[in-house]
Design a protein around this ligand. Structure first.
Ligand SMILES: [Zn+2]
Ligand SMILES: [Zn+2]
Length: 344
């Protein structure tokens, strides 16, 4: 049996190559002993895929099928895979597997495992009609979500959830968000639900994003370098640049923490780091922490939380064969809801 897949064959620059992925017939993957085979019904399109295509977080081998926000139904299980039965609806996120043996894995911090493998980078992902995954890295999906609504939750939502956890926020503390894309707007919604007494401040370059943030309940929204009326206990940065990091640090309260949620930073404005002024930006025990990948607990806890709130992302659907268009729109900042490939 063969399936359709959108396949990446090499690192390339989207500015010159507007069709980095090729639609191909591939033989269906078959599940290993501990794996399930998923018939994919929806797969979200993520900024990280631009990083993979353009080489900022390159796949170790080619060809590779991208896609790490996958929803589908179990079509088959390997001999030792007992967690799901055929037909069950499941999802897969950025974490594809980890060693299961190291100290990080034992602590539930498999996102830090040296053997961490990412879906759609280190193993074939969901830009295809079928994919396989170790059963322990697939999750049931709450019923309230349609397939296309669930897909975007698997990346932006789960990593947003982890970022929020890593801030250490308590109810009533002030949260800042610098950058207001898919992940940040989900963080705003979860924060309002989980920490109803916390005030949220948003820094964004575009006026549209600032208005959107205020519509969603931010008490203040300003440009990247503006100073909010009060200092903030924690800030999450979701931008690809350095200026927002430096500028956010000046708005942090003593003992506050800045969490950087970015898989890679672009080097374009790296010089901005030279503006770092120790007394203004770091003194008084301010902290900077990055957030790396997601652990399984982040995905399952977030799905549960999203169903309770509920968080239903606005989605823009594309056919599998139109994945290149979806990626280009993302690259060009044409964001009208989360982009999702809809299959079947
Ligand atoms: Zn491990
Ligand atoms: Zn992603």
């Amino acid at each position: 049996m063969t399936m359709k897949a959108m396949v990446l064959h090499e690192i390339t620059d989207l500015a010159d190559n507007r069709k980095p992925l090729r639609l191909e017939d591939r033989s269906d993957p078959s599940p290993g002993e501990g794996d399930i085979l998923i018939k994919v019904t929806a797969c979200g399109v993520c900024h990280t895929e631009l990083d993979e295509i353009e080489g900022r977080t390159p796949p170790p081998k080619f060809p590779i099928i991208l896609g790490h926000q996958v929803v589908g139904n179990v079509a088959d299980s390997g001999a030792h895979a007992k967690k799901f039965t055929t037909g069950d609806r499941v999802g897969v996120g950025w974490i594809f597997s980890a060693c299961g043996q190291c100290k990080f894995c034992h602590l539930g911090k498999e996102n830090l495992c040296a053997e961490f493998k990412a879906t759609g980078r280190d193993a074939d992902g969901g830009y295809a009609e079928y994919m396989t995954v170790p059963e322990g890295f697939a999750y049931p999906i709450p019923e309230v979500f349609a397939d296309v609504e669930a897909a975007p939750l698997f990346c932006a939502g789960a990593i947003g959830y982890r970022s929020l956890r890593l801030t250490g926020i308590r109810d009533g503390q002030r949260l800042g968000l610098t950058g207001f894309g898919a992940s940040a707007h989900l963080v705003l919604k979860m924060t309002r639900f989980r920490y109803p007494n916390s005030r949220i401040y948003v820094f964004a370059r575009s006026e549209k994003e600032r208005d959107f943030a205020k519509d969603l309940g931010a008490v203040w929204a300003g440009d990247t370098a503006e100073e909010p009326p009060e200092k903030l206990d924690c800030i999450i940065d979701t931008t690809p640049a350095w200026k927002p990091v430096v500028e956010a640090l000046k708005s942090l309260a003593p003992g506050g923490r800045l969490v950087i949620n970015a898989i890679r930073k672009e080097s374009r404005d790296q010089d901005y780091l030279l503006k770092l002024d120790y007394p203004k930006h770091l003194w008084l025990e301010k902290e900077i922490k990055s957030v790396a990948n997601v652990a399984r607990s982040d995905v399952s806890e977030f799905l549960d939380l999203a169903a309770r709130i509920p968080i239903k992302p606005d989605v823009q659907e594309f056919a599998l064969a139109d994945a290149n268009e979806a990626l280009l729109e993302l690259k060009e900042g044409k964001i009208r809801g989360a982009k999702v490939l809809k299959l079947a």
